[in-house]
Design a binder for this molecule. Structure first.
Ligand SMILES: Cc1ncc(C[n+]2csc(CCOP(=O)(O)OP(=O)(O)O)c2C)c(N)n1
Ligand SMILES: [Mg+2]
Length: 301
């Protein structure tokens, strides 16, 4: 690990913002959906797509507003939790179609190659369920043939809804499929942010050097159900959940940096307090923001 203090603190702040946003955004949005009769939204799935937006620097206050269907959201309340996009941050759009964003990333990578000399790198995120979608395989093939600057990043959390990855995947790892497309296949512990960071950095360097795509599989876990209506204990055990909870990425980060003496527990605690206040602010901002006007429905963003 060769990250300086500022980079480590930034990493922790981002991770903690994602966690708090997910844990706060889900119940808050659900509550408003139940009590509001003047707006129709689909029941919120877990806000898992939000994490990539936050990592890319999309404003959490605006994102909370988007979840609440408010006009101050990056998509003016018309995107909701499923379709947040913020082009100014390079966030090309979250997607409700499993593996649906993969071809969009490959298109962005083609633009980068043709117009920006591979300087911009596209990252296509998909799950272990998405790994079995046909479109992913077409995309990996074409990206390899054209040596596009794209990273295929599989967040393997062990389940596609309730289907265990061991049941649905033909290989033992998603990354095992990379040689079929002549690209590196890297498997990392997705609970270890340093392992993910190192592997991602290498894949980015390869993409920028014009060497083409990589397949990066991060083995992780979903702490909650697939949706708020899902009871995960109907298809997995408490012991399994406890095991993965013990490997919480925030906990592992804390233990590592405190042990190495890079950062103190107090510094991390003060970030926790700061993020808790940011979430209060985000919920307040979203609640106080106006709903979109009916005439905005057909306006493009
Ligand atoms: C093309 C398509 N098929 C089915 C669905 C229904 N669906 C929504 S999420 C999901 C499971 C996805 O699992 P995975 O790729 O592992 O992603 P995770 O939810 O674990 O992040 C399915 C089948 C969908 N949204 N799109
Ligand atoms: Mg999954």
């Amino acid at each position: 690990m060769d990250l300086d203090r500022a980079a480590l603190l930034k990493l922790y702040r981002t991770m903690k913002t994602i966690r708090d946003f997910e844990e706060r955004g889900i119940p808050e949005t659900g509550q408003r959906e139940k009590t509001r009769t003047d707006v129709c939204t689909t029941p919120s799935q877990r806000t898992h797509r939000a994490r990539h937006c936050i990592a890319k620097g999309v404003d959490p206050k605006g994102m909370m507003a988007e979840l609440f269907g408010r006009s101050t959201g990056p998509n003016k309340g018309k995107g909701g939790s499923m379709h947040i996009a913020d082009m100014s941050k390079g966030m090309l759009g979250t997607n409700g179609i499993v593996a649906g964003s993969v071809p969009l990333a490959v298109g962005a990578a083609l633009t980068s190659k043709l117009k920006y000399g591979n300087k911009r790198v596209a990252v296509a995120f998909f799950g272990d369920g998405g790994a079995n979608q046909g479109v992913l395989h077409e995309c990996m093939n074409l990206a390899s043939v054209w040596k596009l600057p794209v990273i295929f990043c599989c967040e393997n959390n062990g389940y596609a809804e309730s289907t265990p990855v061991e049941y649905a995947l033909s290989t033992s790892r998603v990354s095992d499929r990379a040689p079929g497309y002549d690209m590196p296949g890297i498997h990392v512990d997705g609970m270890d942010v340093f392992a993910v960071f190192d592997a991602a950095r290498e894949a980015v360097a390869r993409a920028r050097a014009g060497e083409g795509p990589s397949l990066l599989e991060c083995r992780t876990y979903r702490f909650y159900g697939h949706t708020v209506f899902d009871n995960p204990l109907s298809y997995r055990t408490q012991e399994e959940e406890d095991h993965w909870r013990g490997r919480d990425p925030l906990k592992l980060f804390r233990e590592t940096v405190i042990h190495q003496g890079e950062i103190t527990a107090e510094e991390l605690d003060s970030i926790d307090t700061e993020i808790a206040a940011l979430m209060e602010e985000a919920v307040k901002f979203a609640d106080e923001s106006p709903l979109p006007e009916p005439h905005e429905l057909s306006e493009t963003l």
